[in-house]
Design a protein around this ligand. Sequence first.
Ligand SMILES: [Zn+2]
Length: 73
Amino acid sequence: MFKCYVCGREIDFNEVALIKGSEIVVCKKCLPMYYVKNMCRLVNRRLSGEELIACQYCKFKKECDEYISRLKK
Ligand SMILES: [Zn+2]
């Protein structure tokens, strides 16, 4: 069994979306937000108002939009 670093759920291997080093395991449900908050290098540029073409093709764009609109309020 693995434990999701983000939500703390115990998960099977087939629910694991990401393993980073020996400590961080992220489940499929948490991956989009984890990616947006911790792995994407473009979020800060979007936050400062830049429109990035690459983001239109990002598979986590929906989550990113939500994250950014929350931070901007
Ligand atoms: Zn999780």
